[in-house]
Design a protein. Structure first.
Length: 77
């Protein structure tokens, strides 16, 4: 698998995460139970972190060989 193909996979993963976040936000708006709201908010927070990382990795793998691209220091050794 090439890095370009991997970037497509990361973007698809990011779309799935974004969809799930929207679904959970809809559930949170409809619930009255504070405990359920807390659990949903926590799950949304974790999925949001995963979403951000998937997007960052999609860009990194897409532009890895571009000399003009300044890599995120988070993903360099």
């Amino acid at each position: 698998m090439t890095l370009q193909e991997l970037s497509v996979e990361y973007r698809a993963h990011a779309q799935a995460l974004e969809l799930r976040i929207h679904q959970l936000q809809g559930q949170m708006e409809q619930t009255e139970d504070p405990e359920v709201c807390f659990q949903l908010r926590d799950r949304i927070r974790l999925l949001s972190i995963m979403l951000r990382e998937a997007r960052e990795l999609a860009v990194l793998t897409e532009r890895y060989y571009d000399r003009r691209y300044r890599r995120n220091a988070k993903y360099t050794i």
